[in-house]
Design a protein around this ligand. Structure first.
Ligand code: ADP
Ligand code: MG
Length: 728
C-alpha cells in the first residue's frame, strides 16, 4: 500500500467516536432556534404577529412600521439565542445557499455602541449580484440585485447568525434564484386548486402544496475522501476498479447502522431539531456506506428551504465526525447512486389531503379530480418534468438500472387502473340515475378500501402514486427541490385552471349537474392521458421501445433534456401563469447549459490530471520493477531466461499498451475540450461537451482501472473502492 493510502487508512482507524448527549427530548429541542409562533408571541406585539400570519396565509404585504417592530423583536430573540450577526439567506442559481453576515453591532458616533437591526435591514438587502449566475440578465439590465424577506419561511439562528430566508432578484425584478419562481408557482397552484376544491367544499380558502423529500447520501471517512482528488473536486470517483464485494449481497440495506455513522446521524438530527427540520427516518441504503434521511412532510416552500439548509448542516456536522458527505448522484461506478424522492401532495386549509380518498363518494370524486388532473398535467408536460431534474450528475443515474429511466411515466397501481378503466366508460352528457349510483357506490365509493391494500409499489417508476401522494423519484440527490416542484406546481395549476373552465362550460351550456360535468371531463382526461401511464418494469429495454412507440420523450442527456425549457409550450405556460418571463427563462437556460459545460470541463481536467500525473507514473514505476526483474533473470539464466520472464514481459507490454491508450485518450480529450471552448454559443458548447468531450471519460477510465488491477498494490497511489466503501 502506498504511503499516502496507508496514512489515510491509519487516520481513519484512529478516529475517536464523538459521543452525543441525548438527554433532551427531541420534542423539547424542536424549533428552539426558529422564530416560530411561540417565539413571535413572546417577542412581538399582537399586531406584528398578525401581520406575519396574514403574510403567510393570505400573502398580504407587511408595512414598514410593522417591519421595524418585527425586526426589533426578532433581534432581541436572536441575541437571546446567542446570535451576533444576521444574514439574508438565499438560494442563487448555483444550486447551493448563499449568505453574507453582518453584525448587529454598530457604533453610535459618540464612543458608544449598540446592537441594531431595523425593518429596512430585515426587509431588503443589496448583496453584490455580479458574482452569482445571471444568464445575461445583468448585462442587459442593471448590475444590482437585491434580496427580499420571505415571511412565509421563518427566520432561524444557525451557529451565531440570524438567518432570514429571502428571495434574490435583479434590480429590475427578474428572478435570480430558485425561490422566487417556486413562490410564484405555489401562489398559482393555490388559486387554481382552491377554485376546484370549492366544487366539493365551499369553505376551502387555501391550498398548499406539500413536499416530503427523502435525501440519499454517502458517508465516507474524511481522510480517505481527501486522498482522492476526484472526490474532493468533482464529488465522484472518475476512476477506480470495482471492489470484489459491492452491493450484491444486499447486506447493507436496512442493516444495523455502524456506531460512528449513528453518532453522526444523532448529532445531525439534534441540529435539525433545533432548526425546525422535522427529520424522522434514517436508514442504510442499498450501496455500502450509503444512507437515507427523510423528514415529516411540510408546506413545499418550507420543505425546500429545509432541504437546502439540511445539506449545509450535513456537511458541517460531518466535518465534526471526520466524515465527508457525498451528495453526488453517482459517486461510485457499478453500485447504486443517490436520489432525492420528492413526495408531493395538496393540502387544504381545512386539513384535507386532496390526493387522499375520503369517507363519502363526493370526497372520493374530489380525490379523483385532483388525481386525474395531475396525471393529465404530467402527460401534457412530461418533457418539462424531465428538464426540471436534468443535471450533469443526474445523467449518470437515470436509466442506469437503479433509478427511473429518462422517460417520464406515471404508475398508479392495478386497482386504480381499474377505477380509471371504469370511469372511461361513463356516458357522454347527463348520467342516468342508475349509472350514477353504480359509479358512486361501486367505483368511486370503493376507492378507500382498495387503497388500503394498495401495496404493489413499483420502484421503477419515475412518478408513482403511493396511496395519498405522488412520488417524483427522478430528482437527483444534489438537486435543489425548488426546480422540479416549481414545474409540478405550474403544470398542475394550469391543468386545474383548464379543468375548471371546461367543467363550468358544461354546467352552463349543457345544463349538466356539477358531478355529471366533472365525470364527463375526467373521462376525456383519462382517455387523453393514457399514454403516460405505465405499470410495467421501467428499467427494461422493452419499455424504452414501447415508450418510443407511444411518442414519449427519452432525453438521455442534460443538454437534450434542457431544450424543453425553451419550447414554445413551456414559455407560454410560465408566461401565462406569470411564474417566469421569457427573459428569465432564457437566462436560466443559459445558466443551466453553462453549468453543465463547467461540470464536464472540471471532470475532464481532474481526470486528465489523475490519469497523467498519478496513474501513468505509477504504472511506469511498476513497469521498471518488472524490467529490472527481467534483466536480472537474463543475467542469471542467460539464454533460458525467456521461459521464466514470459509473464513479466507480457505484463510490461500490457502496461505499455494501457499507457499508450490513456495518453492518447487524454490528448484527444484535451483537443475536444479546446474545440468546445472555442464555441461561443452556450447551448452548442454544452452539446459539444456532452457529445465530444465526455465520451473520452469512459475510455480513459477503462485503461486506468485495468492498470489498477495490474500494478503492485504497494505503490498504487489512489485509495481503492474497497477502502472507501468498507471502512467503517
Ligand atoms: P417510502 O416512500 O420510503 O416508503 P413513506 O411513504 O412513509 O416512505 O413516505 C416517504 C415520504 O413521504 C416522507 O418524507 C413523508 O413525509 C412524505 N409524505 C407523506 N405524506 C405526504 C404528503 N401528504 N405530502 C407530501 N409528502 C408526504
Ligand atoms: Mg420513497
Amino acid at each position: 500500500m502506498s504511503t499516502l493510502r496507508f496514512q489515510a487508512l491509519q487516520q481513519s482507524q484512529l478516529r475517536e467516536i464523538i459521543k452525543i448527549d441525548e438527554s433532551n427530548r427531541r420534542s423539547e429541542l424542536f424549533n428552539n432556534n426558529v422564530f416560530d409562533q411561540q417565539a413571535m408571541r413572546q417577542y412581538l406585539t399582537k399586531n406584528a404577529c398578525e401581520a406575519i400570519n396574514n403574510a403567510v396565509e393570505k400573502g398580504t404585504q407587511i408595512n414598514r412600521d410593522i417591519a421595524n417592530e418585527i425586526a426589533v423583536g426578532m433581534k432581541e430573540w436572536a441575541i437571546s439565542k446567542g446570535a451576533t450577526h444576521y444574514t439574508h439567506w438565499f438560494q442563487p442559481l448555483t444550486g447551493s445557499t448563499a449568505e453574507k453576515h453582518d453584525a448587529f453591532f454598530e457604533t453610535t458616533g459618540d464612543g458608544l455602541s449598540i446592537e441594531k437591526f431595523g425593518g429596512g435591514q430585515l426587509a431588503q438587502q443589496e448583496p453584490d449580484a455580479s458574482s452569482f449566475p445571471h444568464g445575461g440578465i445583468r448585462n442587459t439590465f442593471e448590475a444590482r440585485g437585491y434580496t427580499a424577506w420571505d415571511p412565509t419561511s421563518p427566520a432561524f439562528v444557525y451557529g451565531t447568525t440570524l438567518c432570514i430566508p429571502t428571495v434574490f432578484v435583479a434590480y429590475t425584478g427578474e428572478a435570480l434564484d430558485n425561490k422566487t419562481p417556486l413562490l410564484r408557482s405555489l401562489q398559482c397552484l393555490d388559486g387554481a386548486a382552491t377554485a376546484v376544491a370549492k366544487y366539493f367544499d365551499k369553505t376551502v380558502s387555501k391550498v398548499n402544496a406539500t413536499l416530503g423529500w427523502e435525501q440519499e447520501y454517502f458517508l465516507i471517512d474524511k481522510a480517505l475522501a481527501t486522498s482522492r482528488p476526484d472526490l474532493m473536486i468533482a464529488g465522484r470517483t472518475l476512476l477506480g476498479h470495482a471492489s470484489a464485494k459491492g452491493q450484491q449481497l444486499d447486506d447493507h440495506y436496512f442493516g444495523s447502522i455502524p456506531t460512528r455513522v449513528l453518532n453522526y446521524m444523532r448529532d445531525l438530527e439534534q441540529e435539525c431539531m433545533l432548526l425546525g427540520i422535522p427529520v424522522k427516518t434514517r436508514h442504510n441504503e442499498v450501496a455500502p456506506n450509503q444512507f437515507e434521511l427523510a423528514p415529516i412532510f411540510e408546506e413545499a416552500n418550507l420543505a425546500v428551504d429545509h432541504n437546502s439548509l439540511l445539506m449545509d448542516v450535513m456537511d458541517k456536522v460531518a466535518d465534526r465526525h471526520h466524515f465527508k458527505v457525498l451528495f453526488h448522484e453517482k459517486p461510485f461506478a457499478g453500485i447504486n447512486g443517490s436520489g432525492k424522492h420528492n413526495n408531493w401532495s395538496l393540502a387544504t386549509n381545512t386539513g384535507v389531503n386532496l390526493l387522499s380518498p375520503g369517507s363519502t363518494p363526493m370526497k372520493n370524486l374530489q380525490f379523483l379530480t385532483f388525481f386525474i388532473n395531475t396525471i393529465k398535467a404530467v402527460h401534457d408536460y412530461e418533457e418539462l418534468i424531465r428538464a426540471s431534474i436534468a443535471s450533469a450528475s443526474n445523467d449518470h443515474r437515470l436509466g442506469a438500472n437503479e433509478a427511473p429511466p429518462a422517460i417520464i411515466s406515471v404508475f398508479i397501481g392495478s386497482q386504480l387502473t381499474q377505477v380509471l378503466d371504469e370511469l372511461e366508460k361513463v356516458t357522454s352528457g347527463k348520467l342516468s340515475p342508475q349509472e350514477k349510483t353504480e359509479l358512486k357506490l361501486n367505483v368511486v365509493g370503493k376507492i378507500p378500501e382498495i387503497l388500503l391494500d394498495n401495496t404493489d409499489r413499483n420502484r421503477t417508476s419515475p412518478f408513482a402514486f403511493t396511496g395519498n401522494k405522488f412520488e417524483l423519484r427522478a430528482v437527483g440527490s444534489t438537486a435543489n427541490c425548488a426546480n422540479p416542484m416549481t414545474v409540478l406546481n405550474a403544470i398542475v395549476a394550469k391543468q386545474l385552471i383548464d379543468f375548471k373552465k371546461e367543467v363550468d362550460a358544461l354546467i352552463e351550456k349543457k345544463k349538466l349537474k356539477k358531478d355529471d360535468a366533472i365525470f364527463n371531463i375526467l373521462r376525456e382526461y383519462i382517455k387523453a392521458s393514457k399514454k403516460i401511464r405505465f405499470e410495467g418494469d421501467g428499467y427494461g429495454d422493452a419499455w424504452e421501445k414501447e415508450a418510443k412507440k407511444r411518442g414519449l420523450s427519452n432525453n438521455k442527456t442534460t443538454p437534450e433534456a434542457l431544450k424543453a425549457n425553451l419550447s414554445k409550450k413551456s414559455v407560454e405556460l410560465f408566461e401565462n401563469l406569470e411564474i417566469l418571463t421569457s427573459v428569465e427563462m432564457e437566462a436560466r437556460y443559459e445558466i443551466q447549459m453553462e453549468e453543465y459545460t463547467m461540470k464536464v470541463q472540471i471532470e475532464g481536467r481532474v481526470l486528465g490530471d489523475i490519469a497523467r500525473n498519478h496513474v501513468i507514473p505509477t504504472a511506469i514505476k511498476y513497469q521498471n520493477i518488472l524490467i529490472e526483474n527481467v534483466k536480472g533473470l537474463k543475467d542469471i539464466y542467460e539464454k533460458d531466461y525467456m521461459k521464466l520472464a514470459k509473464e513479466q514481459l507480457n505484463l510490461i507490454e500490457q502496461i505499455s499498451s494501457h499507457i499508450e491508450n490513456i495518453n492518447q485518450g487524454i490528448t484527444d480529450m484535451t483537443q475536444a475540450r479546446k474545440d468546445s471552448n472555442a464555441i461561443s454559443n452556450a447551448e452548442k458548447r454544452a452539446f459539444s461537451y456532452c457529445n465530444k468531450v465526455k465520451p473520452y471519460f469512459e475510455e480513459i477510465r477503462y485503461h486506468c482501472d485495468k492498470l489498477e488491477l495490474l500494478v503492485d498494490d504497494e505503490i498504487w497511489p489512489l485509495t481503492k473502492y474497497r477502502e472507501l466503501l468498507f471502512t467503517k
